[in-house]
Write a protein that binds this ligand. Structure first.
Ligand code: 5GP
Length: 236
């Protein structure tokens, strides 16, 4: 597969066209950012760790029957994906309270959320990814009711699969964000799943093992990502 010109450079990944119009290359960079890009750093090994972590998780989700865009690892920091028409909606499931939920509702961190909550956010940096709902998404044309229903079903299905996978590694899947797109009319999981876009706590100590280590200046960010990977069987 031949890598062609860049399609898009995000805050942590770059996307390239290929000689196949239905395939893209995702390049996981070492760059990391938080707070709408206000805090930025380059963390050695991050691109490699997230690329391999994501490949492993996408494989587990495919095994469970969840359609993903993942089409194969290319090298340490790149993978091939199906070219989706991305929907500008971020789907968030929470099993425990943390992050923006605590700030928005004034609740303490670490409450069990039963049933797990489901939230939608608009993917729009300029507007700081505002919270939206299905009515707004339909009216503004960000996704159809049928697409929203399928995204919700798949996002909860991912929770069933990954909650258990992380629990088997003595970790709690606190929350996560997914993005979807359309491929030949079907809703397919896109973007990535890595400790950059989810929260994971050690089940016993509740130590944070995800991007909150970067957001909160706790240090040991990539060491924590590698620890999570090792516990679930990723080989780096
Ligand atoms: P919160 O709404 O608490 O900020 O985030 C909820 C979950 O979704 C967290 O696991 C967080 O990492 C993830 N998340 C939400 N928005 C984004 C985003 O724009 N980028 C990334 N990487 N993760 C996000």
């Amino acid at each position: 597969m031949e890598k062609r010109h860049a399609l898009y450079a995000g805050k942590a990944k770059s996307v390239y066209h290929t000689d196949d119009p239905e395939r893209l290359i995702l390049h996981f960079r070492d760059d990391t950012s938080a707070f709408d890009g206000e805090k930025k750093e380059s963390l050695a090994r991050k691109g490699m760790v997230n690329n391999k972590f994501n490949a492993y998780i996408m494989g587990k989700l495919e095994e469970a029957g969840i359609p993903t865009h993942f089409a194969g690892l290319l090298n340490d920091t790149e993978c091939v994906v199906k070219k989706l028409d991305m929907l500008p909606v971020e789907c968030v499931v929470r099993n425990l309270s943390a992050g923006s939920l605590c700030r928005r509702l004034g609740v303490e961190e670490g409450l069990d959320l039963d049933p797990p909550t489901y939230e939608l956010f608009l993917k729009d940096d300029a507007q700081h990814d505002p919270m939206i709902n299905e009515s707004l998404a339909e009216t503004f044309g960000w996704a159809t009711p049928a697409q929203l229903a399928e995204m919700k079903r798949l996002t909860y299905r991912v929770n069933e699969v990954l909650r258990q996978l992380f629990l088997d590694g003595d970790m709690l899947l606190v929350d996560y964000k997914l993005e979807f797109g359309v491929f030949h009319g079907e809703i397919v999981l896109g973007d990535e799943f890595s400790p950059d876009g989810c929260r994971l706590w050690d089940a016993r100590t509740r130590e944070k093992l995800d991007k909150d280590r970067f957001r909160q200046g706790l240090g040991g960010v990539i060491e924590a990502y590698e620890e999570v990977g090792r516990r679930i069987g990723v080989s780096f």
